[in-house]
Design a binder for this molecule. Structure first.
Ligand code: HAX
Length: 434
């Protein structure tokens, strides 16, 4: 069996000529036209990023390395007797494009376990945060505090051939990805359980150990595996993935990049929507005095939200034009494990009433639910009721994809990112107003 880094090196060597040919022989070919609407509208849909880690089709949803999510869940190796695959297997797939064997997953678990230990100062940084700080701010700072550990940075300072940039970046990526669940669990225990000790179990995999550190029994291990896998990547243009890539493009190390990724994910239009869904549903629950609303009552609540100038959290998407398969996977999990849960019933009624209302309102291009509409329900059911925390879970998952991308960005020598901006005056001249 080849070690992961060795396999990656072979793949990188084989990939480099493809990028070179594209640039040298087809560099001037036009592949895209850009409209004023796209320039003012947040660069929506402009094909101007490249990644081979994942691709998002508006109607099919995300594919990781060519595999749909149901295929990923079916093909990746699973722990004995468990429903969900190893997160380490997913990371292997994202990095190499190959479904790993059990032996390859075991090897990666072994390598990762040895990298979980946090420096003592990370605990001190977390402990120093004032009460009521948002867990995403704490997570971002905790990751940032480890920047001094970057192997890339040390090697760069000493002088390194560009071709080798990916090697210390890979080491940094593996170190950080292994530490993220420990940081996340410590933040949870500190803020909500009043415990300041969290011990990882070296015999457990990424998902199993996370459940253990959170003080949760089965099937929370599977919930964690499912959660981290579905959130891992959503191609490069979303705020968190793009931020991570953008920061790393200046050769900032992965600690800077992932801290930035976390900051982008913390916005309510992006990752924080999972928190917002629960906050929104809890407001209704209070109004209803705990009773499950009828469809009519739910419709009124949704219209009140829209008429109040707010968005319906968990619905709509910048790329997707159908129900998010990540929503569907969690819905299937709920139908199997918690079909009678009260919150699940709320979410189920919302699935019936929100799309027709958004269609009737006629603004949202996608009236269907996204990943965030369902994820809080699962966490709540298993006792993680502190919804401020949900985006931390999203961040641990998203780091897998963003880190895999950064390793490949370095391997293929993608340059510093620098789009061009223009003024409103210039736009007016271009369209003939002036
Ligand atoms: N509720 C109400 N209005 C909505 C809406 C929703 N769920 N989704 C879109 N709209 C509105 C937009 O606010 C916009 O209104 P204005 O013209 O007044 O500005 C209009 O419909 C057109 O928007 P769009 O082109 O369909 O959507 P965008 O690409 O601009 O935005 C968003 C995509 C995901 C940000 C948007 O659908 C939204 O705000 N959804 C609710 C928040 C949410 O669930 N975010 C998580 C998305 C998934 C994700 O990234 N997870 O991390």
């Amino acid at each position: 069996m080849k070690a992961l880094k060795e396999k990656l090196e072979e793949k990188i060597e084989a990939y480099r000529p493809r990028v070179k040919t594209l640039l040298q022989e087809h560099g001037e070919k036009v592949i895209n036209e850009v409209t004023v609407q796209q320039v003012i509208g947040g660069m929506r849909g402009i094909k101007s990023l490249v990644t081979d880690i994942s691709y998002l089709d508006p109607y099919e949803g995300i594919r990781y390395r060519g595999y749909t999510l149901p295929e990923v869940f079916e093909k990746l190796p699973k722990p004995a007797g468990r429903e969900m695959p190893y997160v380490e297997g997913l990371f292997y797939l994202l990095l190499t494009g190959e479904i790993p064997t059990m032996e390859e997953v075991d090897d990666l678990i072994y390598t990762s376990v040895n990298r979980r230990q946090l420096p003592k100062y990370v605990y001190e940084v977390i402990d120093a945060f004032p009460n009521h700080s948002h867990p995403m701010a704490i997570l971002s700072a905790a990751v940032m505090s480890m920047q001094r550990e970057s192997i890339f940075n040390i090697k760069y300072q000493r002088g390194m051939d560009k071709k080798d940039y990916w090697k210390p970046t890979y080491e940094d990526a593996l170190n950080l990805v292994s530490k993220m669940p420990v940081i996340g669990a410590y933040i949870y225990n500190k803020l909500y359980r009043g415990e300041s000790n969290v011990y990882h179990d070296p015999t457990m995999d990424f998902g199993g150990n996370f459940a253990h550190m959170m003080g949760k029994d089965e099937p929370y291990d599977d919930v964690s595996r499912m959660y981290f896998i579905i959130h891992a990547d959503h191609e490069s243009g979303n705020v968190s993935a793009h931020t991570g890539h953008l920061i790393a493009s200046s050769l900032s190390d992965v600690y800077y990049a992932i801290s930035g990724m976390i900051n982008g994910l913390a916005g309510p239009l992006h990752g924080l929507a999972n928190q917002e869904v629960l906050r929104w549903i809890q407001a209704l629950r209070t109004n209803m005095g705990g009773k499950v609303p009828s469809e009519k009552e739910m419709e009124k609540f949704v219209w009140d939200t829209l008429n109040g100038g707010q968005v319906v959290p968990g619905y709509g998407h910048a790329v997707l034009r159908k129900t998010d398969p990540r929503y569907q996977i969690q819905r299937d999990f709920c139908l199997t494990h918690l079909p009678d849960d009260e919150l699940f019933k709320y979410v189920d009624i919302l699935y019936k009433v929100v799309p027709p209302i958004l269609k009737e309102q006629g603004k949202a291009k996608n009236p269907w639910p996204n990943v965030d509409a369902q994820s809080g329900v699962v966490q709540w059911y298993y006792g993680v009721t502190q919804y401020d925390y949900y985006t931390v879970l999203f961040s641990i998952g998203r780091a897998l994809g963003v880190l895999a991308n950064i390793v490949w960005d370095r391997a293929l020598g993608y340059p510093i990112e620098r789009p061009k901006s223009i003024t409103t005056d210039m736009l007016e001249q271009m369209v003939g107003i002036k």
